[in-house]
Design a protein around this ligand. Structure first.
Ligand code: HEC
Length: 145
């Protein structure tokens, strides 16, 4: 089950490279869904639903890092609407702030990737890095109810 999820994330990332030029909205959504898959795996390890595995834990942060490197380039001016996007107009009003939010996420993900030693360090690092998810969404996404 988890292995399948993992494979799906890898496929999503691969497909994104192809889609990126032609459909930036679908591409960035696929990247963010890869974030979500890894977030679920990380949460399962933190809560003990999945046994802690150092390599898997590193993949969680490596995926976040990969997404943070690619996603900021997928918000061209002509992609503000359509494609069922939840991107907020603020992304285009404050492009520097938006990019900086991805940089903060990437910086912490990189530090975390190198810092995992055991379940306890993973838990602390995971909690630190995933604070960026909500922090960015709060400002740069519009969630329909
Ligand atoms: C720096 C900003 C930023 C960070 C950090 C970030 N996201 Fe996102 N996320 C976005 C934006 C912007 C969208 C909206 C993309 C769109 O709909 O065009 C989004 C969309 C999503 C979606 C919806 C995808 C879809 O199919 O519509 C999920 C799920 C998601 N993010 C999960 C996460 C998780 C989990 C993390 C942290 C591990 C995270 N995101 C970190 C900016 C961010």
């Amino acid at each position: 089950m988890v292995r399948k999820t993992w494979a799906a994330a890898a496929i999503a990332l691969g497909a994104t490279a192809v889609l990126a030029q032609s459909d930036p909205i679908a591409s960035r959504k696929a990247l963010e869904r890869a974030n979500d898959e890894q977030h679920k795996i990380g949460t399962a390890m933190v809560t003990g639903q999945l046994p802690f595995d150092l390599d898997r834990a590193r993949i969680v942060f490596a995926t976040f890092l990969d997404v943070a490197g690619k996603a900021p380039h997928l918000f061209p001016e002509n992609s503000k609407t359509g494609g069922d996007t939840s991107a907020a107009a603020r992304i285009w009003d404050d492009p520097d702030g938006f990019r900086a939010a991805y940089v903060r996420f990437a910086t912490d993900a990189k530090t975390a990737q190198d810092g995992i030693r055991d379940p306890a360090t993973f838990r602390a690092l995971f909690e630190g890095v995933t604070r960026h998810c909500g922090a960015c969404h709060e400002i740069f996404r519009v969630l329909k109810t």
